[in-house]
Design a protein. Structure first.
Length: 131
């Protein structure tokens, strides 16, 4: 309540990076993402929490500057058969509570990809990213 795209304290994002799986292994894709964040956010600190062949969970501490408040961001990348799916939770604060961190980590760890069931016309409309 009372928040907007330009004025927020907490933000949840879901992105689908089309054909992102072609970028390489999950380790390579994670390195690309971390580099992009570090290039965009000078002084960003990261900690990789979990990594396997199809998924990566990383937390970023993003510094304040003249235009932005300090932010903490939890990101999960999930590799589908063709696409990469990105979940991100960002909060503007100096330090998120341990309770909030645990809550969002549990949500991200439980996230899975599901195939889209065909509709009556026989078209799935999905991306075939079952994992």
């Amino acid at each position: 309540p009372g928040e907007s795209v330009s004025r927020w304290t907490e933000m949840f994002e879901i992105e689908r990076i089309l054909d992102g799986a072609k970028a390489g292994s999950m380790e390579q894709i994670g390195q690309l993402m971390v580099k992009q964040v570090e290039d965009r956010e000078g002084g960003a600190k990261k900690q990789i929490l979990k990594s396997d062949e199809d998924s990566l969970i990383v937390v970023f501490d993003l510094p304040a500057d003249s235009r932005k408040a300090r932010r903490h961001q939890l990101v999960r990348l999930i590799k589908g058969s063709r696409d990469i799916h990105r979940l991100a939770f960002t909060i503007k604060t100096d330090q998120p509570s341990r309770e909030l961190q645990k809550k969002w980590l549990a949500i991200f760890e439980s996230a899975t990809l599901q195939d889209v069931k065909p509709n009556r016309s026989g078209k799935s409309g999905g991306d075939g990213n079952s994992k």
